[in-house]
Design a protein around this ligand. Structure first.
Ligand SMILES: *[C@@H]1O[C@H](CO)[C@@H](O)[C@H](O)[C@H]1NC(C)=O
Ligand SMILES: *[C@@H]1O[C@H](CO)[C@@H](O)[C@H](O)[C@H]1NC(C)=O
Ligand SMILES: *[C@@H]1O[C@H](CO)[C@@H](O)[C@H](O)[C@H]1NC(C)=O
Length: 492
């Protein structure tokens, strides 16, 4: 395959010029180091680049061998090696109009200059003269398609709170057909590489690999901006056309590493299912979730704050230091006042259902029914309203909403979405709907309580009369979800 950059040819003349340049560059290296570290001032008796009118009391700055510390030089060497390799592979040339995004000390800029790239601009959150100027990385002061080569240093993208915006901005200033190189400490697994790629819909990944020569892990990802990138609607999710989504290979792989399903119906489900939480292999403990637009937890059938958001999600779910937006979906009004006082939790006071419809549900206060243990008053199965039933004292009327549609309007495939669902049997209506509409593809990790006619603690040998489905039907649901690449766990 050919790239639109001229590969370098080493000729004798070239070599002489290079040696000369190298000498000059070592001088520049010192200069840059001095200016970077001493802020552009120096004492009058040293060898100076700037006037020293205001330098009383400043450190003397001599430019001699040894003034440039080993670490600084080593860092520059590391980038030079990496960039040289890019030149050899045809992704970068001396003539490339280049941009470094997020430079802190200018090692990367210096390295580009050393290997002979002349036109280099560097922007960072803080300026670091003389190499790096400060700019808003999310609104860069450049026109569309301004650069042939854009470099994003390690930590810049994964450390950003607006990864998607930064990725979009970086792609915007790159010319179609040209190259973007990102250094990162993340992306070591296929899953995170997939989410990384989703941040750059106008680019395609050419290669990804670890670089040698650094004490910490540095992964280099090379992308090319697509020639037809103007036609890609970046805001639009890939879902939607015919409600189909392709389950990425990476999800199917992750499914294989999950904890096994419990094959036999538990005799003491109140113990077995609860204990099973210790076997759960959480997705963020298997893969790197750094490259996502937002992090969202949706608790359907949230009940009171302590029942799962506070006791489990906040405390136990591994979040890789990300802040999650939390949606609590709970139709039972008894629980609503508590959520009004919780910051960062959005309450949806309606019932998740398959369409917008008024429903009736039963509030059970039956003390011997251990299904509701520790979870406050239990909610019966949601049923569409029929005239007669709404007259009963225990039957409340509530608004149900189209959960699949809501999900599609609320999150995108670029978000990391954790869904917990405990809806008293309505899962047998909701899940086919989620599959049908493709909304299930928006969910990264799914915790599902499947309600069946389980054995009861209160009354040995008696099954719960509340539900008709059997354990095998639940198992079928879990298996078929997993087979289609949904990372679903058995919730208790
Ligand atoms: C620059 O590109 C963005 C999308 O990448 C587009 O929305 C905008 O209109 C373009 N601006 C100009 C001046 O072409
Ligand atoms: C989370 O942050 C803490 C402190 O900032 C750090 O020690 C820890 O390594 C981080 N964990 C992850 C998974 O990034
Ligand atoms: C359901 O209700 C929501 C909120 O009122 C609305 O946005 C949505 O369009 C409705 N959906 C259907 C299918 O009527």
């Amino acid at each position: 395959m050919e790239y639109p950059v001229t590969k370098s040819r080493i000729t004798a003349r070239n070599l002489v010029v290079r040696s000369f340049l190298l000498g000059v560059l070592i001088l520049i290296l010192r200069f840059v180091y001095v200016v970077t570290v001493y802020g552009g001032s120096c004492a009058s008796d040293g060898f100076c680049f700037f006037s020293s009118s205001d330098s009383v009391g400043m450190k003397k700055v001599f430019v001699e061998d040894g003034d440039v510390p080993v670490e600084w030089r080593r860092a520059v060497d590391f980038y030079s090696d990496a960039f040289n390799k890019l030149v050899m592979d045809g992704y970068l040339s001396r003539g490339s109009k280049s941009l470094c995004v997020g430079s802190t000390f200018g090692h990367d800029v210096m390295a580009l200059k050393i290997i002979g790239v002349e036109d280099v601009t560097a922007i960072g959150e803080k300026k670091s003269p003389p190499l790096v100027v400060s700019a808003n990385l999310l609104n860069q002061p450049f026109g569309n398609a301004s650069f042939d080569f854009v470099f994003v240093d390690i930590g810049v993208l994964e450390g950003s709170e607006s990864q998607a915006e930064l990725a979009t901005e970086v792609s915007r200033v790159l010319k179609p057909g040209w190259f973007l190189v990102v250094h990162t400490s993340s992306c070591s697994d296929a899953y995170s590489l997939h989410s990384f790629a989703a941040l750059f819909p106008t680019c395609r990944i050419l290669r990804s690999g670890e670089l040698a020569g650094s004490s910490s892990v540095v992964r280099e990802i090379v992308l090319e901006k697509r020639e037809d990138s103007n036609g890609i609607d970046m805001a639009k999710s890939k879902l939607g056309k015919n409600n189909e989504c392709s389950i990425p290979e990476t999800k199917l792989k992750a499914v294989k590493s999950m904890e096994p399903l419990i094959p036999e119906e538990p005799v003491k489900p109140w113990i077995t299912l609860k204990k099973n939480i210790q076997n759960i292999k959480y997705l963020p403990s298997m893969v790197d979730i750094s490259f996502k637009r937002r992090y969202v937890y949706i608790d359907v059938g949230a009940r009171n704050y302590g029942s799962s958001i506070g006791s489990w999600f906040k405390k136990q779910y591994p979040k890789q230091n990300r802040t999650f937006e939390i949606y609590a979906i709970e139709a039972d009004k008894t629980f609503h006042p508590e959520y009004a006082m919780k910051k960062g939790i959005k309450l949806m006071g309606f019932a998740a259902y398959v369409r917008n419809e008024t429903l009736s549900f039963q509030v059970s206060h039956n003390p011997i029914d251990d299904d509701t243990e520790g979870k406050g008053s239990g909610m019966g199965r949601i049923q569409p309203t029929f005239g007669e039933s709404s007259s009963s004292a225990n039957v409340h009327s509530i608004q149900g909403f189209d959960f699949a549609e809501w999900l599609k309007n609320t999150v995108t495939e670029e978000d990391f979405v954790v869904l917990k669902m405990d809806v008293e049997g309505t899962e047998f209506d909701l899940i086919p709907m989620l599959l049908d509409t493709g909304a299930i593809c928006l969910v990264d990790e799914f915790f599902l309580e499947c309600h069946y006619n389980r054995w009861q603690r209160c009354c040995p040998g008696k099954r719960s009369p509340k539900y008709q489905k059997t354990y095998d039907q639940c198992l079928d649901t879990f298996s078929s979800l997993r087979n289609s690449g949904v990372l679903v766990h058995q919730w208790w």
